[in-house]
Design a protein around this ligand. Structure first.
Ligand SMILES: *Cc1c(COP(=O)(O)O)cnc(C)c1O
Length: 229
């Protein structure tokens, strides 16, 4: 793994990300940048905060818990807003609940029900699989409205939708992003979380309101070794 960047480097890279957003026709003041810290050690958190980031995203329960605990131990004067953006196992919801500000990967009824039980009123995005790929997280497009209804009915705060572009880098992400944005509007939601390091321009052009950026801010990650979610 490459060394951690300095706060100054991350600040410069964040400015470059905002410049990419603007160059793609987006308003950097209205499109949130979520810093994705997965794959980096807990020391990345103060670096990210020093660089001006407040919203940080993690994919794995154990990593989020380790970083949230380390950060709290370092002083609670600068709270992080943690976003959970990875595949979520139902049995992790309880442990994560005290730390997560926005659940971005709610994609099935059992998660809605568990969240309503363990984190009443929690804020969430429904993750959409807009590419039809198998083995990929996300609720199918035609099941999103019912899942949103179920979450609202359970007292949860559904703020929008989240999606991940196609796994196949040769496939155009635009149609999937456009479909998710249209659904956000049709359902009267506000947040449209889409776009990562490699496809943020397309996501911005298709109406993203939040891009989730790891590599372009923090550098390459160590390959993930299976340690359990
Ligand atoms: C890893 C990840 C990101 C960030 O990816 P980069 O390509 O490093 O910017 C964003 N969203 C999700 C869901 C991810 O898993």
């Amino acid at each position: 793994m490459s060394a951690l960047p300095t706060a100054e480097e991350v600040r410069t890279r964040l400015a470059a990300v905002r410049a990419r957003i603007a160059a793609a026709g987006g308003d950097p003041a209205r499109i949130a940048v979520l810093g994705v810290t997965k794959g980096h050690p807990p020391e990345v958190v103060p670096v990210a905060l020093d660089a001006g980031l407040v919203d940080l995203g993690e994919n794995y329960a154990q990593e989020l818990l380790a970083k949230a605990t380390a950060t709290a131990a370092g002083g609670a004067d600068r709270p992080v807003r943690w976003h959970f953006i990875g595949h979520l196992q139902r049995n992790k919801v309880r442990q994560l609940a005290p730390h997560v500000a926005l659940w971005q990967s709610i994609d099935r009824p059992e998660l809605v029900d568990e969240l309503a039980r363990r984190a009443p009123g929690a804020r969430l995005l429904v993750q959409v699989n807009a590419t039809g790929e198998q083995n990929k997280g996300g609720c199918p497009l035609d099941a999103v409205a019912a899942l949103v209804d179920r979450a609202v009915g359970a007292g949860l705060a559904v703020e929008g939708l989240m999606t991940v572009g196609p796994t196949d880098a040769d496939r155009d992400p635009a149609p999937g992003f456009a479909a998710v944005r249209a659904l956000v509007d049709r359902l009267g939601l506000t947040t449209c979380s889409m776009g990562m390091t490699d496809d943020l321009e397309t996501a911005v052009r298709e109406g993203s309101t939040m891009v989730r950026i790891g590599t372009a801010l923090f550098g390459a990650r160590a390959p993930r070794v299976a340690v359990g979610d």
